[in-house]
Design a protein around this ligand. Structure first.
Ligand SMILES: NC(=O)C1=CN([C@@H]2O[C@H](COP(=O)(O)OP(=O)(O)OC[C@H]3O[C@@H](n4cnc5c(N)ncnc54)[C@H](O)[C@@H]3O)[C@@H](O)[C@H]2O)C=CC1
Ligand SMILES: N[C@@H](CC=O)C(=O)O
Length: 347
């Protein structure tokens, strides 16, 4: 039976949910997936760090209080985050990177990924910064070190859009996509349709674990811009950088705007889109759009996301599912591990 040893880097909502899944389901994964997971290291800026090569109790980790230095309560743990030691020396096969997304330079998560890949460890991550800003370099580093670099959760959380589009829509002559790609902003718009104020709706999204550490990234479109760069570069063979994508958010929409849209049979949605033109160039944008109620994306509510791929052979192919959420995103990490397990077995 294959057992993968994991180092969890960042122990916030997503990696804690992964620990909970491991505590509850590791036994059933033996027969269902053909492997089990063992956590051998955890590090978090706020909670501290711990290494235990024989394996840590996933249930105990998942139930730790979210207080400063809490990992010191675990046998062998420390209140300080020794990121480099955990990534390089805890004996992990897979580094599970889920620290804050930094939309400006992708750091320090990009360095964490580099350390892991250079050390011959697989990396799975939900962090959008390293992929949108340094994806080509990290993929090349993974290739040179013969390890996997997987990031399904970076777009639409547990909804498997990247792999689905890359594998199952390969050869469909994709020329573009448009989508609702941020759970928080769609949740906020939906709650505002119910009459809740903008600030209260953002607070609810934070409490649900949907929002970024700084929710400005969600409501001003910066998070969607990273996702548009990731999808365009993966699926349209674009070489987009963040500055190539025009970007505006939903913070200027008032309750009046939303109510007046409703009276007109329409809904405001934050849409990220990219199109490949006849000359091969790709243009991309993020911004609020008023959609008539009969538009395929108009009915998407709450933290649900959806993306519609425009293909030459099939026309529009639309995928919808969770766009945010702790357990939903932890599932994306599991799906990355399943994918790397299948690749390892295949090779
Ligand atoms: N929550 C969600 O629905 C989704 C989250 N993501 C991405 O997944 C990542 C994790 O998300 P969450 O767990 O919700 O965030 P979170 O804010 O709950 O947790 C992040 C953790 O990383 C730790 N951290 C930050 N900087 C660090 C550093 N330099 N070294 C060590 N630890 C550090 C923080 O202390 C925090 O505990 C983020 O990049 C987010 O953008 C992606 C898809 C969905
Ligand atoms: N904050 C993001 C989380 C997923 O990427 C969102 O709300 O979509």
């Amino acid at each position: 039976m294959t057992e993968y040893k994991l180092a969890l880097v960042g122990f916030g909502g997503v990696n804690r949910a992964l620990a909970q899944l491991i505590a509850e389901r590791n036994e059933s994964w033996k027969s269902e997936l053909g492997f089990t997971l063992k956590i051998v290291g955890v590090t978090d800026l706020f909670l501290g760090s711990v290494i235990r090569r024989e394996g840590l109790d996933a249930g105990l980790l998942a139930s730790l209080p979210a207080v400063k230095g809490a990992l010191a309560q675990v046998p062998g743990g420390d209140g300080e985050a020794f990121n480099e030691s955990v990534i390089k020396h805890c004996g992990a096969d897979i580094v599970v990177e889920a620290t804050f997304t930094n939309p400006v330079d992708g750091e320090p998560a990009t360095s964490f990924c580099r350390w892991a890949l250079e050390g011959g460890k697989h990396v799975v991550t939900t962090n959008k910064g390293p992929i949108a800003l340094h994806g080509a370099e990290l993929k090349e580093l993974a290739r040179r070190n013969n390890v996997a670099f997987e990031y399904e959760g970076s777009v639409m959380s547990g909804t498997p859009v990247i792999r689905l589009a890359k594998q199952s829509l390969a050869g469909s002559s994709m020329v573009g996509f448009e989508g609702i790609l941020n759970g928080t902003s769609n949740f906020v718009l939906t709650r505002m349709e119910g009459g809740l104020g903008f600030a209260e709706a953002v607070s609810e999204a934070q409490a649900q674990g949907y929002a970024e550490a700084d929710p400005t990234a969600d409501v001003e479109g910066h998070d969607v811009r990273l996702k548009v760069v990731i999808l365009a570069n993966e699926l349209l063979d674009a070489k987009l950088t963040v500055s190539d994508v025009s970007c505006s958010g939903i913070s200027s929409l008032s309750l009046d705007d939303i109510e007046s849209a409703r009276r007109d049979g329409a809904r405001w949605k934050l849409i990220g889109a990219a199109t490949r033109h006849a000359d091969g160039s790709v243009s991309a944008s993020v911004g609020p759009r008023l959609l008539n109620n009969d538009h395929p994306l108009a009915g998407i509510s709450g933290a649900t996301n959806a993306v519609s791929f425009t293909t030459g052979l099939l026309g529009a192919v639309t995928v919808s599912g969770p766009g945010a959420g702790r357990t939903e995103t932890a599932f994306a990490l599991l799906s990355d591990i399943i994918n790397l397990h299948q690749s390892v077995a295949h090779n």
